[in-house]
Design a protein around this ligand. Structure first.
Ligand code: ME8
Length: 654
């Protein structure tokens, strides 16, 4: 058999935190495609990761008085947590701060420079000194810095430029000759009308003012422009321009770059031009999907601050409804290529109607009837009669439909084809009325045949659902005594021999009381909003003086040396860390508001001072049995207070 490879990528995510269900859209679609192609027997490489350089990160870290890495690391672990929760089966998670990637980007710049594709020139723009930022005329707000509102000055910065302009004709020809390169077709029109028709400008690809980036090997004053660094991830992840490029040889060109529509222009103009300049093959396809909208706008962090009526946090959603439900909603609800609206209600409706009613009921009714009428043993296949033929044909024909839809990257249509069989099977129960057949001993073999046909239809649909749902299919297959790794080779009707054990499954997707759930969610979201709206403490000029106390009063406070032996972020809180602290022989759970200043990894192993006789309290639901002491500066930045010499844990502080 021909060995086929499939290389699929998501964009690499900005480590911006506040992950919402919109962020999960691209990745869940790619995961379904990756799983589908693995089930086709192809060798799949599924890449995702984080885009960590650039001015934004540099600035945010600086504002918090921490290094960019201290700022990024906890956000990257959070993102990986989201992917773990949603069962995202990526083969590699690349970070643009990875040493291999940085070196390869330097090599890419060097090659482009040597080929004359990059040249030095002057970049002029409006400069805001406090922000270290250049702005174009149109970006200014009332002639001032759009970020801080201060005065700007017209300045020139020496920069390197990539000869993007010369690629415009080749790009136009590419869209014409290879219409599959950019999909859906509407995106081609956007690129041509909005950018290419007007002609392209050469692209400024280096900065001297932003140092959080890749240093250019031929001019150390300059650092890479973040998009060149970021786009390169698709090839550096495979070892391109590195010590071992065997993966590059195997998987490049990519079969698919799946991206949100707002970043199509980088993927369909800048990226192919860079590859053309390097003399490398182009990806086979860029697909620009639509957005998840909330209140008519793209779901985004800034929008979330304004519209707080919906629960959008992937942790909370997966915890409440399970990974399968969230995945199913994202894959089914949004017409592929277009935008789709997200509301909690639409998610709950999908769960109830498709997963609980259609799929869940079919499975529990069938397994219950095999239990009740055949003692949990699969009956034998019977002679075909009545509506059997139609059900069998639909179940057997579903794969071709799913395959055609997935070839067109259209997960909603693929799922529709599977759920059409599920609906047909439910109707088949009503038509064949097994409960009546059961009353007549003479119809026992017909009853067996009906239940057999239902079980086979369920089995086939379950196998077909495996790229989309990751948990329910395993439970369903196991309850019908099928191996959990059953694949597309077993899609023919007639797999069961009869005699297999069938277990009655509790509802795979319990029905949700929508009204009650929406009320609960609204209360949860309101409480969260209230917590976030608490005014920030006023800047402390000098610490407030407190009334004098006697030594006996100070003596009431018990402070001891503790060693942090484990630490994690408190979910749903930006500020809190949950430490496990060893104090002598005792181990305590402590919550402290230092997440903006220390990563959990940094905390482990630190000796800290802990107030140990405070009454225990719960913060964000986590028990705190002490308070870790910190010093605070006038900007509100915190620093741990530790014994100046190493002291054993448990030592008292006086
Ligand atoms: O753009 N609906 O990263 P990012 C659908 N670092 N998709 C959404 C969405 C929504 N409401 N919000 C975000 C970047 N996304 C760059 C990419 S690639 C070389 C560099 C999607 O974190 C968005 O469209 O802003 C994109 O596909 C992905 O989340 C990452 O976006």
């Amino acid at each position: 058999m021909e060995h086929k490879t499939y290389y699929i990528t998501t964009p690499i995510y900005y480590p911006s935190g506040n992950w919402h269900i919109g962020h999960c859209y691209t990745t869940v679609i790619c995961d379904a495609l990756a799983r589908f192609h693995r089930m086709l027997g192809e060798e799949v490489f599924f890449l995702t990761g984080t885009d960590e350089h650039g001015q934004k990160i540099e600035k945010k870290a600086k504002e918090r008085g921490i290094t960019p890495m201290q700022f990024i690391d906890p956000l990257v672990s959070e993102l990986k947590d989201v992917w773990r929760l949603l069962d995202i089966s990526y083969d590699k998670f690349i970070r643009t701060t990875d040493e291999d990637h940085v070196k390869a980007v330097q090599e890419i710049y060097r090659r482009l420079y040597e080929k004359g594709e990059i040249y030095k020139a002057e970049y002029s723009g409006w400069y805001c000194t406090p922000c270290e930022s250049f702005w174009t005329e149109s970006q200014l707000k009332d002639g001032k810095c759009p970020d801080c509102g201060r005065e700007v000055a017209l300045e020139k910065e020496e920069s390197y430029f990539f000869r993007l302009s010369k690629y415009a004709p080749r790009l136009l020809k590419l869209y014409e000759d290879a219409p599959e390169f950019l999909q859906p077709k509407s995106r081609v029109n956007e690129m041509v009308n909005n950018f290419l028709k007007a002609g392209l400008q050469d692209l400024c690809v280096s900065r001297t003012s932003v140092k959080w980036g890749v240093q250019l090997p031929f001019d150390k004053k300059h650092y890479s422009y973040v998009w060149v660094d970021a786009l390169s991830n698709y090839i550096t992840a495979l070892g391109y321009a590195g010590a071992d490029d065997s993966l590059y040889k195997k998987f490049w060109p990519a079969d698919l770059h799946m991206v949100g529509k707002e970043i199509v222009r980088f993927h369909a103009i800048v990226w192919p031009a860079i590859l053309m300049a390097l003399g490398e093959p182009l990806p086979k396809q860029v697909y620009g999907h639509g957005w998840l909208l909330i209140g008519g706008d793209k779901l985004s962090k800034s929008k979330l601050d304004a519209v707080k009526a919906e629960l959008t946090d992937p942790y909370a959603l997966v915890k409440r409804y399970g990974a399968d439900a969230v995945r199913y909603f994202l894959l089914r609800e949004i017409p592929f290529g277009s935008d789709g609206t997200y509301t909690n209600e639409s998610l709950l409706t999908r769960i109830n109607s498709d997963l609980a009613n259609d799929l869940g009921n079919l499975v529990s009714r069938t397994s219950a009837m095999i239990g009740q009428y055949f003692g949990g043993t699969m009956p034998a296949r019977g002679r075909e009669e009545g509506p059997d033929g139609e059900l069998v044909a639909m179940a057997e024909g579903a794969f071709a439909k799913v395959r055609a839809a997935m070839d067109a990257l259209d997960a909603p249509t693929a799922l529709e084809a599977i759920f059409a069989v599920i609906a047909r099977a439910n109707k088949y129960i009503d038509e064949t009325t097994p409960w009546l057949l059961a009353k007549d001993e003479g119809k026992r073999s017909r009853l067996g045949a009906v239940l057999y046909n239902l079980a086979e239809s369920i089995r086939i649909c379950t196998v077909l659902l495996k790229p989309f749902l990751t948990q329910a299919p395993v439970r369903i297959l196991e309850s019908f005594s099928c191996p959990a790794d059953m694949g597309f080779e077993a899609l023919g009707f007639g797999y069961f021999k009869g005699g297999e054990k069938v277990e009655k499954l509790p509802p795979v997707f319990p029905r949700i009381d929508v009204k009650k759930e929406l009320a609960e969610v609204a209360a949860l979201v309101a409480a969260e909003r209230k917590a976030n709206e608490r005014p920030a403490p006023a800047k402390q000029q000098t610490p407030q003086k407190k009334a004098p106390i006697g030594i006996d009063e100070f003596d009431k406070v018990e402070i001891r040396v503790g060693e942090v032996i484990a630490c994690e972020k408190v979910k749903k809180s930006e500020k809190l860390l949950h430490e496990t602290v060893k104090i002598g022989e005792e181990v305590r759970s402590v919550v402290s508001g230092i997440a903006k200043f220390y990563t959990p990894e940094e905390m482990v192993g630190k000796k800290v001072l802990v107030v140990t006789n405070l009454k225990p309290a719960k913060l964000c639901g986590v028990l705190s049995e002490g308070m870790i002491l910190c010093a605070e500066d006038e900007e509100g930045r915190l620093s741990l207070v530790s014994p100046e010499r190493d002291m054993p844990s448990g030592g008292s502080v006086r």
